[in-house]
Ligand binder design. Sequence first.
Ligand code: 5GP
Ligand code: ZN
Length: 114
Amino acid sequence: MSEDCIFCQIVDGEIPGRVVYEDDDVLAFLDANPMAPGHTLVVPKAHHETLGDLPEADGSAVFAALHRLAPLVEDAVDADASTVAFNNGEAAGQEIPHVHGHVIPRFEGDGGGP
Ligand code: 5GP
Ligand code: ZN
C-alpha cells in the first residue's frame, strides 16, 4: 500500500471503484474515464510502479486475470475485439504509478487504438 496512490486506495476500499473481478492478488475495475464502454483496468493488489518492479508471481496473476477477463469484457459490451495494453513508465504515458493493464473494447471500424 502506498498512501497517496489512488489505485491502492481503490484496492483497500478507501475510495470507490466499480469492481468487476477480484482474487487474492488482483483487482479489476472500470476505468473512470473510459476510452470505450466497458474499459477495464487490471491491477496487482501490491503497489509496484512498473512491470520491471513487479515480482514475477504478481505479473503472472495479472496476466491470468487479463486472459480471463478480456473475452468477458468483450462479451459484456458486445465488442468485436479488445486492445490489451500497459503504459509502462511515465514517458510512455503512464499517469498512475501503480502497474495496470487496460482492457479496451474495440468495435469494427472504430479507428481507435494505440
Ligand atoms: P495510464 O495513462 O496511467 O495508463 O492510465 C490511467 C487510467 O486510469 C486512465 O485511463 C484513467 O482514466 C484512469 N483513472 C484515473 N484515475 C482513476 C480513478 O480514480 N478511478 C478509476 N476507476 N480510474 C481512474
Ligand atoms: Zn498503488
